[in-house]
Design a protein around this ligand. Structure first.
Ligand SMILES: [Zn+2]
Length: 162
């Protein structure tokens, strides 16, 4: 059995859908970390390719690129579908209020939609290599190689949904 990071990634992406609200197949990785909502999003068409997306807290600036640092062709004057998918899954995982608070989006609602959060942030494209996000994802994936045990694995809490 191959244990390269990409084969591990494939094994995660190809997991059968689980009854959890968060879609791990579409968005294998999402987190609120280091002043950003960031994550890894599957390409809709190519299992070999993933996108690394982020939105910066307070500025609302965003970017999306492939794991090889190629800019996402869906990015223009607005956010691409990967960022939308990541945000949707982040809301499933953390709740919309927590996402809005973390990003510093001021909305009237106690359950703001992603559109309301995005409009409150009003950021623009900011070209930053996101390889650090992808490395964090790969280092988490390495936990999958560890022998199974019955105790809690606190490092993996991001992977479960509520
Ligand atoms: Zn994209």
């Amino acid at each position: 059995m191959s244990t390269s990071p990409l084969s591990l990634l494939r094994s995660v992406i190809q997991q059968p859908n689980q009854p959890h609200p968060r879609n791990v197949k579409k968005v294998p990785y999402v987190e609120l970390y280091s002043g950003r909502l960031q994550g890894v999003v599957s390409s809709g068409s190519d299992i070999e390719r993933v996108y690394v997306s982020f939105i910066e807290a307070n500025t609302g600036d965003y970017y999306c690129s492939t794991n090889n640092n190629r800019p996402c062709s869906g990015l223009g004057w607005r956010q691409c579908k990967h960022i939308e998918e990541m945000a949707e899954q982040a809301i499933y995982q953390y709740g919309s209020l927590e996402v809005a608070r973390y990003l510093g989006a001021k909305t009237e609602s106690n359950d703001p939609s992603w559109w309301a959060i995005r409009d409150a942030l009003n950021g623009s494209q900011k070209r930053i290599p996101a390889s650090e996000v992808f490395s964090r994802f790969l280092s988490y994936l390495r936990f999958l190689e560890l022998p199974r045990h019955d105790g809690p694995a606190p490092e993996m809490t991001w992977f479960t949904s509520r």
